[in-house]
Every structure is written in C-alpha cells, then in structure tokens.
Design a protein around this ligand. Structure first.
Ligand code: DHB
Ligand code: FE
Length: 316
C-alpha cells in the first residue's frame, strides 16, 4: 500500500526562484532565507520519497482568468516550467505519476470531491520554488510529482475546512493504491503577504506563528478561519495558507514536528516552512534528519489506532 510519510509546507516567493537562477543565494539578504532550508534538504535527501504531491496555486500562468478550476489535479506524464514573463525558469521538467494521479482522481471524485483533471499543464513558481528549496537544483528532480493546483487567486477560493477535508480524501486515495510508495505531500504559499494595494508589504508575524503552532497541535482550529480573517490578518495573498491545510489533512491528527523555519521578509512575504512526519512512518524509518529519534512502540501503536479511526470515519 502507498502511504504518506510526511508533510512539508513552504512559502513559494518567486524572487527566491530568481535568486537561485541569478546565482544570488550567497548574498546576505538571500543567505538568511536559504540557510533555513539546509536542514530541510538533508531531511528530504534522507526521506527519499517515491512520489511528491505538491499542493500549490497557479498564478494565472497555466490557467488564465478565463477558466479557474478550484482544485486541479495534474495527471500528465510531465509538466514543463511556465514562462512567467522572463522565459521559463531553468529548472528540470517535472515528471508526473499518471497512474497514481489517475487513482487519486478516481478515489477523490468518487469520495465526492469534484476535482478537475488536467492532462496538460505548465507549472509556475508556486510549485518550482518549493521544489528548489527542498530538493536543491539537481539536473533532474529526484522523484515524480503530482501537482494539485488550488484556486486562491479569484474569489471565491475554497474554505480552509474544505481544504482540510480534501487532504483526508487524498490520504484515503493514497492508502488505497496497491503499490508500496512512500509519498510526501507539500502545502505551499503564504505566509502573511500582500503584494498590491494600500496594505502592500503587510506582514503579521503573530498570526503566522500562531498558524504554525496550530498546524502542528490543533489544525481543526485553523479550519474555522474564514477567508476574511485570513485576508484581514495575513494580507490578500495570505489566503494562500489554506493550501497548507490540504497537506495537514493528509497527515495523522497527532504528528511529529521535526523542523520549522520563519524569516521576514523575502520580497513582500513572510517565509514560513515546517516539516511534519506521520509518527508511524517516522517509527518505521531511520532517525529523522532533524535529529529526533523514532517514536517509541507505545506511541506508534496509539498513532496507528488514531490513524485507523480517522480513515474509517472519513468525515468529521
Ligand atoms: C510574492 C509572493 C507570492 O507568493 C507570489 O505568488 C508572488 C509574489 C512576493 O512576495 O513578491
Ligand atoms: Fe503566491
């Protein structure tokens, strides 16, 4: 059976991609940002997922405002980098996993989450920047990727609660796939930022840090945050954080936070990053890259029981 071993959340600021492409990562401004991802790259190299599901948003690159799907699952064999105005980024073409993606589409749609199936799509900074932050800049990405594009650009985006429940449906889909695959799920975007209008440059570290705390400890609390609160507290683009809840929904209720990083700013944005491991998965694997020991057998059994209950219950 395939299983989700961990969730990773990261901001996806396009200027981070430009700093990599223009070889500015050693400049002090950027070094501060990239230094927060050194441990994460080690963690990822150690985790060696077979597949990554990357939840991100398209910024009118693949989808113009003519058609804006709420949840669009990339089922293609490959996803080239989009031209966002300066030519496509010099990053590898993302290889997809059409079989698992088709399985997820079937499972999730029959589970009453009506995804849009996308068989041809280019991917923008929302996906490629977190890939660089976690995988570095290899010639080929080390694993296939299933992109899940979420509308957070045109009102109305999905609610935080809907995103969380979709995460649970994705987990059920992954766990009903017969092949043994170790899957990491990414949530990208955020944290607080507003890139235009009178409040451009808005940062709310208090809100962001509480969001990170609750992402680990009490994600259900976050599912009750309405759109207006995200936008009032975290800026117009702070709404991107609903995507982190898809990632969180796909994990156990009780997870192991193995790494966290927060810095202000990169471009207009508060950069947040967190790595959460499913305890069962962590117990099976080696020592975590962040230096924590695998959880003890007692916790492992409790996590397995909780997980079984969640999967059985399905909905809240
Ligand atoms: C910025 C951040 C984003 O998430 C984005 O999609 C575009 C721009 C910024 O901070 O500049
Ligand atoms: Fe964005």
């Amino acid at each position: 059976m395939a299983r989700i071993i961990a969730g990773v959340a990261s901001s996806h600021v396009p200027a981070i991609g430009a700093a990599i492409d223009n070889k500015q990562t050693e400049e002090p401004y950027w070094k501060r940002v990239f230094s927060g991802f050194e441990k994460s790259k080690e963690w990822m190299a150690n985790a060696k997922p077979d597949v990554a599901i990357v939840v991100y948003n398209d910024h009118a690159s693949a989808f113009s405002v003519e058609i804006v799907p709420t949840f669009a699952l990339g089922c293609a064999a490959e996803f080239p980098p989009a031209d966002e105005g300066w030519g496509p980024r010099p990053v590898p073409v993302v290889q997809g996993h059409p079989e698992l993606a088709a399985h997820i589409a079937q499972s999730v749609i029959l589970d009453e989450f009506d995804l849009t199936i996308v068989n041809k799509m280019e991917v923008d900074h929302g996906l490629t920047v977190p890939m660089n932050l976690l995988f570095g800049s290899p010639k080929q990405w080390p694993c296939p990727v299933i992109p899940l594009a979420v509308n957070v650009v045109l009102y109305p985006p999905p609610t935080a609660h809907r995103c969380y429940m979709l995460g649970k449906a994705i987990r059920r889909a992954v766990e009903s796939y017969p092949q043994d695959l170790r899957v990491v799920i990414f949530g990208t975007g955020g944290m607080s930022h507003q890139i235009s209008g009178p409040r451009a440059g808005l940062i709310n570290s208090k809100f962001d840090k509480a969001f990170l705390d609750n992402l680990t400890k009490d994600p259900k609390k976050l599912t009750r945050i309405p759109h207006l609160e995200f936008m009032r507290e975290a800026g117009a683009e702070g709404i991107e954080m609903v995507m982190w809840l898809i990632m969180r929904g796909a994990l156990d209720d009780d997870i192991e936070e193995v790494y966290r990083f927060y810095t202000v700013p990169a471009s207009n944005t508060a950069v947040g990053h967190i790595i959460l491991e499913n305890k069962r998965a962590a117990a099976k694997g080696k020592k975590s890259a962040a230096g924590k020991k695998p959880v003890a057998g007692k916790h492992k059994r409790a996590a397995a029981r909780a997980n079984h209950r969640n999967v059985r219950r399905g909905k809240r």
